[in-house]
Design a protein around this ligand. Structure first.
Ligand code: SAM
Length: 278
């Protein structure tokens, strides 16, 4: 069977299994097996573990050889789900006007969250906004899984996002030490900035965004941060992002966990943020 062009690890597989449990509950919430769109790579290991919660697979793959290997493997894996394969960049696909809604998106790309293209924008952030707008039109919830390499460039964009968060939470106690802790490493910056970006995009489009604790882990020689989130559509408009500081406070005080083997520990427990005492 042709192999994936990247290393696997116990940690990565443990996370696939953790997410399988979350997706089973999400399937119950949605009321039907889930349509998947994402990066399966050649071996579709995520699909093999999640298959009981899925009804179809749309695999997006930028690499020609990996796409052809996926076709070969799919026959052997015998997962019993319909497969559609899209050639190209997943961020372009998610932003295209004729892309349909799916229930689960797996952005497992080993790439960065904020990195500058020529336009100096983040393709991931643009894609999440597109997803929110499309799903809002259909009043449809979705699960979003993302895994980011922590060696990417674009650190200055994280600092800009941390500045935005500081403005939102101005006047609360604990915000300075909390943001200092989040500013310490690339992984802690991604943790808060990605959650903030999802919360902001979700809130603006009437989604309540729930997160599992994000996980920092190592796979091969690469350090990664992994997120599982659910964007739950609310038919009543939510408060504007600025008016819902309590939720942002919860995200800023969510711990970053670290996975070593199958054992999870706390990598960062951020300082609490509270209203100033009178
Ligand atoms: C880490 S693997 C996915 C692993 C898979 N989810 C699993 O659980 O085993 C990432 C795959 O996405 C492809 N890829 C990376 N960036 C991409 C992009 N922007 N658009 C489409 N495919 C991409 C890579 O070629 C690779 O095959």
């Amino acid at each position: 069977m042709p192999l994936n062009p990247f290393p696997d690890s116990i940690e990565k597989n443990t996370l696939r299994r953790r997410d399988a449990i979350a997706l089973r509950s999400f399937k119950t919430l949605v009321g039907a097996p889930l349509t998947y769109c994402g990066l399966t790579s050649a071996e579709a290991r995520d699909i093999v573990i999640w298959r009981e919660s899925l009804s179809s697979v749309c695999a997006v793959e930028i690499d020609d050889a990996t796409r052809s290997n996926l076709h070969i493997n799919w026959r052997q894996l015998n997962v019993g789900l319909p497969l559609k394969v899209i050639a190209g960049d997943i961020f372009n696909y998610l932003q295209a006007a004729d892309t349909p809604c799916y229930d689960v998106y797996n952005l497992d790309m080993y790439g960065g969250f904020t990195y500058s293209r020529k336009s100096n924008s983040s393709p991931c952030r643009d894609a999440v906004r597109s997803l929110c707008a499309r799903h809002r039109q259909e009043k449809r919830s979705f699960a979003l899984l993302s895994t980011f390499n922590v060696r990417d460039t674009g650190v200055e964009q994280y600092d800009a996002l941390l500045g935005e968060i500081k403005l939102c939470l101005e006047g609360l106690e604990g915000i300075d030490p909390n943001l200092k802790e989040h500013g310490r490493t690339h992984a802690t910056k991604i943790k808060l900035c990605y959650m903030y970006m999802c919360w902001h995009a979700g809130q603006t489009h009437d989604f309540h965004v729930e997160f599992a604790d994000p996980i920092f882990y190592n796979s091969g020689k690469t350090n990664l941060v992994h997120f599982y989130s659910e964007f739950r559509f609310r038919s009543q408009a939510l408060p504007t992002p600025h008016a819902d500081r309590d939720r942002l406070v919860q995200l800023a005080t969510t711990p970053l966990r670290k996975m070593s083997g199958r054992i999870s520990s706390i990598e960062l427990r951020p300082t609490s943020i509270v209203k100033p005492s009178a």
